[in-house]
Design a protein around this ligand. Structure first.
Ligand SMILES: *[C@@H]1O[C@H](CO)[C@@H](O)[C@H](O)[C@H]1NC(C)=O
Ligand SMILES: *[C@@H]1O[C@H](CO)[C@@H](O)[C@H](O)[C@H]1NC(C)=O
Ligand SMILES: *[C@@H]1O[C@H](CO)[C@@H](O)[C@H](O)[C@H]1NC(C)=O
Ligand SMILES: *[C@@H]1O[C@H](CO)[C@@H](O)[C@H](O)[C@H]1NC(C)=O
Ligand SMILES: *[C@@H]1O[C@H](CO)[C@@H](O)[C@H](O)[C@H]1NC(C)=O
Length: 411
């Protein structure tokens, strides 16, 4: 945090060693550090040039050490990506000219939004932002097709690539490999959430809609039989209904794994490939539970798209739109059912925890506190999320209710 950093800085001057080389500072050094700390303080007004020089050298050493430590703290790919976007940091050319402070401006961004992970809110924000900052927001009319044939992929990629730049393309679609078809790989962003929470949100939303009213679900899923609509979630889980079993529960990973058929088979292969893609192609994968921090980081990384997003999001005028959300008639499944779900979704959780850890690492690097730092191995279904709905879903595919979104936006 900032406070911590400030504290380190204050202490860093007279006592840099423990930070730079913790291994070499044993017990005695500690006592020395204490003694030294008092001296410069009392002598402060009479600092000689030599003391001053020593102090600055120590500070520099501390900064370099700290930077070095930070840059070695995380997975290399992720950092490479970050460095790519933030420019080469000073640790390489510290004595050269001042580093370029202007972020490179990626002009092709893809948000292949995962269903029921806050994307409706983000799309709403994007509409406001695209008008304000003048980028090209490209949304798709197809809301229920996440996997594509090879030809469809080729066509879509060609289509996206011809969009006027800078663009931000968004659609519910599994990861597309642009370079496979000779295109420039765009910058990807995405948001995910606790897998069981996502599943429950979808389960009840399909049946009962949200606060927009009882009528809503009739319009959305008019052909749903009453037995299905009122199916007890515990029965669904315990009696292995397809909706509550794999492969339908293997939902988030394919968005990051890609279009390969194996990406939809619950297993290590898809999980590892999804992780690899997160590292290599995604600038940021946020956690819905910490949406405000996600927006903050987006604002830092992609200012040309997301500048002011946090203030827009916090604006009471728009804030009431955030309340689009509470899914009605939500009941919490029994502990036994949750345990079973957790078992069935173990790959999804492994991925979720991986992404969450990366996200927290990134937050720390940028001085944001990790509010939910305790990575409990338990699903967090009991913790209410800031946003509780989004894409309606027909069968196992999603469908965006864009028209409704526009209505709200116009109001
Ligand atoms: C960053 O450093 C790498 C390797 O030293 C170099 O290839 C690249 O061109 C540098 N990028 C910038 C923006 O200076
Ligand atoms: C997607 O929706 C369209 C119209 O809403 C429908 O014609 C089409 O069959 C749907 N596709 C899938 C894969 O569900
Ligand atoms: C490509 O873009 C054109 C015009 O924007 C649109 O009519 C067409 O349906 C798009 N094709 C695909 C595959 O998205
Ligand atoms: C994308 O396609 C390229 C070229 O075919 C391939 O080398 C790369 O491994 C692919 N990446 C992913 C994540 O599928
Ligand atoms: C959310 O919206 C509903 C329906 O408009 C309203 O009844 C409720 O009071 C709102 N909740 C908050 C916290 O604004």
């Amino acid at each position: 945090s900032k406070k911590e950093a400030a504290a380190h800085f204050g202490a860093g001057c007279p006592e840099p060693r423990p930070h730079v080389a913790p291994a070499s500072s044993g017990g005695p050094a500690h006592g020395m550090g204490w003694r030294r700390r008092r001296r410069p303080f009392s002598l402060l007004p009479f600092l000689s040039l030599r003391d001053y020089g020593f102090c600055m050298a120590a500070l520099l050493l501390f900064c370099l050490g700290s930077l070095f430590y930070q840059l070695n703290g995380g997975p290399p790919h992720f950092l490479l990506d970050l460095r790519h976007y933030l420019g080469n940091s000073t640790y390489l050319d510290d004595h050269g000219p001042a580093p370029c402070k202007v972020l490179p401006f990626p002009s092709q961004v893809v948000y292949n939004r995962v269903g029921k992970c806050g994307s409706r809110t983000v799309v709403l924000l994007l509409r406001i932002l695209s008008e304000r900052h003048g980028f090209n927001l490209v949304t798709s009319d197809i809301h229920n097709k996440t996997r594509l044939t090879k030809n469809e992929q080729m066509e879509l990629i060609k289509n996206i690539s011809t969009a006027e730049q800078p663009y931000l393309f968004t659609r519910h679609v599994h990861f597309l490999n642009f370079s496979r078809f000779g295109g420039d790989q765009p910058v990807y962003i995405n948001i995910i959430r606790d897998p069981i929470n996502r599943f429950l949100s979808n389960y009840f939303f399909r049946r009962f809609g949200d606060w927009r009213g009882e009528q809503n679900h009739m319009i959305r899923t008019p052909n749903m039989r009453q037995e299905e609509r009122y199916l007890d979630i515990n029965v669904c889980i315990l009696e292995n209904y397809p909706e509550c079993s794999n492969p339908r529960l293997f939902y988030i990973i394919p968005y990051f794994c890609g279009q390969h058929p194996k990406c939809r088979e619950p297993g290590e292969w898809a999980l590892e490939r999804a992780k690899m893609n997160v590292n290599e192609n995604f600038l940021l994968v946020g956690i819905l539970e910490e949406l405000e921090d996600v927006l903050l980081l987006l604002e830092r990384f992609l200012p040309h798209y997301f500048k002011d997003v946090v203030s827009i999001y916090k604006n009471p005028e728009h804030r009431k739109l955030g309340n689009l959300t509470v899914t009605v008639k939500k009941t919490v499944p029994s502990t036994e059912s949750i345990q079973i779900l957790y078992q069935r979704m173990r790959y999804e959780y492994e991925f979720y925890y991986y992404v969450k850890e990366q996200f927290h690492l990134l937050k720390r690097k940028f001085g944001l506190r990790s509010s939910n730092g305790n990575s409990s191995p338990r699903p967090e279904f009991a913790i209410p999320s800031p946003l509780e709905t989004e894409e309606p879903v027909t069968e196992d595919e999603e469908q965006d209710d864009e028209k409704w979104l526009e209505d709200i936006y116009k109001r």
